[in-house]
Design a protein around this ligand. Structure first.
Ligand SMILES: Cc1ncc(COP(=O)(O)O)c(C=O)c1O
Length: 473
């Protein structure tokens, strides 16, 4: 493709994306295709001859779009928001156009230095202390794995330089709550702790970690000759946005020299609002913190910010120095390949820059406050509605509800709520997530797509009520 051909098709594709965003409210939120439907429309073998890309344009409409669930739809209330501002889309275009690989400072100094500045901006926006330095990762799952690898190496005095876990003098233990995201368990298993040494601690009525249970579990493990290693506290759990008491957890961590990792994958964005920072009070004592600009902040997937206190330790765990990667500048610069697992790194910081520049701190705060207010309004309506139960506090933008079936067993009521969520999603008018919390089914309505406004929240609430009547019939 020549630059001129790129220009022509590129303009057509920008137009396609712009039209897609304009048309979004009229599209069914959840894709209704069946497994295999999309695959069946593609040739089974690759093309032999070169083809004009123009031929693919109509296929975006006929093949791809029906198989897309629209995360930027104003009535997307599922999972957690993962919204993408158009500013971020444009930055991704530039990133791909540059095709730069920022593994080392020298391999594209701008990729490293823009990332340094963006992480510093994010640190300031979230109100984290100066002691934290940040780096971009692909996902929170990766960042939490890095955190637990660093914790493991802290506890063992860098055993990776010797016999590793094979020679550990006592099994290392990781603590988290029963509500922690599955990525915490996955990271602990991948880091070699073993399922027998991951403690999922009970939570209180608000689904937040019970710190007394943490303290007792640590004491019991010490008495049993085990070595407590790390605790992962969550600010904004996935099921209900519960807030673990970070300050109290930090105190236990300090007493027992545990690594404290704070998972604020979703809620981190809310910390741009000073009035919401109580949610992670005590975070300044953490060893590492993760939050996802690719969730509620509007930076397109994937983009995770990982902050650490002890950069030297991170480098000790993550660095490699093969001759072919060494450069003259190494002593003076950051080589972000040494701050995480992958060697190759794309220029993710560009989309953070575009989004922060175009929204400003004011725009970020306004978006968070809009969604928190919408969620508060919905929570009040649920509370006032006979036959409905709100299943968790609403500190942020997710409202968890259950439709009650008087006289029915818990199992029947659970089945009814699952059927209800599926009925809502099948309409294509909105998309919600059914979940199970402490053995009971509930429905999560998670607000935060780009253009969600009061009429959209009104619509999903009306739809839930309509479907509840239909499903119950
Ligand atoms: C609290 C929490 N932590 C971690 C994750 C995993 O995020 P990622 O997809 O970036 O790995 C999620 C995803 O929703 C989450 O809610």
């Amino acid at each position: 493709m020549t630059p001129d051909e790129f220009r022509e098709l590129g303009h057509a594709l920008v137009e396609w994306v712009a039209r897609y965003r304009e048309d979004l409210p009229g599209l069914p939120v959840m894709s209704a295709v069946r497994p295999g439907d999309i695959r069946a429309q593609l040739p089974a073998t690759p093309p032999e001859a070169p083809g004009a890309l123009q031929a693919l344009l109509p296929l975006l409409d006929s093949v791809v779009l029906p198989g897309i669930t629209h995360w930027n739809h104003p009535r997307f209330f599922a999972y957690f928001p993962s919204k993408t501002h158009l500013a971020s889309v444009l930055a991704d275009l530039v990133c791909a156009g540059l095709g730069a690989q920022g593994m080392s400072w020298q391999t594209s100094p701008a990729a490293t230095e823009v990332e340094e500045v963006m992480l510093e901006w994010l640190r300031q926006l979230l109100g984290l202390p100066l002691a934290f330095s940040g780096v971009l990762q692909d996902t929170a799952s990766t960042a939490t794995l890095v955190a637990l690898l660093c914790a493991r190496e802290k506890s063992t005095g860098l055993a990776l330089c010797r016999g590793g876990l094979q020679q550990a003098h006592a099994p290392l233990v990781v603590y988290t709550s029963e509500m922690a995201h599955s990525s915490v368990e996955k990271a602990a298993l991948l880091a070699g702790f073993g399922r027998d040494y991951v403690r999922f601690l009970p939570t209180d009525a608000a689904h937040a970690l019970q710190v007394e249970a943490l303290a007792s579990a640590v004491q019991a493990d010490v008495a049993a000759g085990l070595q407590p290693c790390a605790v992962v506290a969550t600010t904004g759990t996935t099921s209900t946005t519960a807030m673990d008491p970070v300050a109290a957890v930090a105190e236990v961590a300090r007493r027992h020299a545990l690594w404290l990792h704070v998972d604020a994958a979703m809620a981190g964005t809310a910390m741009v609002c000073p009035e919401l920072r109580w949610m992670w009070a005590g975070v300044e004592a953490a060893d590492s913190v993760v939050f996802n600009p690719h969730k509620w902040m509007g930076v397109g997937f994937d983009c995770t910010a990982y902050f650490v206190r002890d950069v030297g330790h991170l480098l000790s765990v993550m660095s490699t120095h093969p001759s072919y990667l060494r450069t003259k500048a190494d002593a003076e610069v950051k080589n972000f390949r040494d701050w995480g697992i992958p060697l190759g790194r794309r220029f993710r910081a560009l989309k953070v820059w575009f989004v922060l520049h175009s929204l400003g701190a004011d725009g970020l705060r306004a978006a968070v406050r809009r969604d928190v207010a919408l969620a508060q309004g919905l929570a009040a309506r649920v509370d006032a509605a006979p036959g409905w139960e709100r299943c968790a506090p609403v500190p942020l933008q997710t409202v968890c509800v259950r439709h009650l079936l008087p006289g029915a067993s818990a199992a029947e009521e659970d089945a009814h709520n699952l059927a209800l969520a599926e009925a809502v999603n099948a309409t294509g008018e909105a998309y919600v997530t059914p979940a199970v919390v402490k053995g009971r089914r509930l429905i999560r309505i998670s607000i935060g797509a780009l253009d969600t406004a009061q009429p959209d929240v009104d619509a999903v609430w009306a739809l839930l009520q309509r479907c509840a009547a239909d499903v119950g019939r």
